[in-house]
Write a protein that binds this ligand. Sequence first.
Ligand SMILES: *[C@@H]1O[C@H](CO)[C@@H](O)[C@H](O)[C@H]1NC(C)=O
Length: 239
Amino acid sequence: MSLSIKIRSLVRPGALLSNFGLPNSAIQGAWSQSRHFSAVRMSPRKKFWLVALIGVTGGAAAGGTYTFYQMKQARIPIMNAGTGTVGTILLDKPDIAPSRRIVSKTDKYDLQLVLFQYQTCPFCCKVRAFLDYHGFSYDVIEVNPVMRQQMRWSTYKKVPILLAKVDGGYQQMNDSSVIISALTSYMHNPSEGLTAALKYYPSIEFKDDEGNVKSEVMNRHFLMFGESMPKGKTKESIK
Ligand SMILES: *[C@@H]1O[C@H](CO)[C@@H](O)[C@H](O)[C@H]1NC(C)=O
């Protein structure tokens, strides 16, 4: 309906044809012809189905193309430049009061650690066992498992997270294996500092099968001892 109205207004005699100096009768003729043309247009029913068909086909084609494009995009692997990114340093510790403070009189490292955890989570138990065994002092922040408001400051949302005071702020360590590997590497060579140890645990971003961006610390089960291998150990034995 609206299409034929538009066409008609385009060839409206006064607006267009008179500019070519055509006699009025010819214009009238053309006008009546266009009227005649519009008189044989399709029945509304047929037209409805035609429009519906165009709509459905067009929609399916557009949708299909879009889905195909999305799938293609999802399959493009992404790579970090170089070997990956090393965690950024938080300028301030999140302003959350610790639930308790574990003080070890034999703490040799003075790292000022803050552990975000659920007391019963196995990965948190693993980190606590490690910290206790090696005599670290640390603050514990129990995360409310329902509201998890203690985790709002972090884009990484899983426990355990360990914060450690370093030059210029706090270093955030995610994942129990990363925490343990990085701290063990640090303990092997404390004079280099924790930040130096963490440089060996860059996170690599990649896309999973659904195209969601995930990040992973590939070598989180490995200890990084640099040039100085501990006595009596081989590369294979310290994995
Ligand atoms: C831990 O996760 C946060 C948020 O995704 C990120 O900014 C930080 O760099 C990560 N830390 C490490 C050591 O990869």
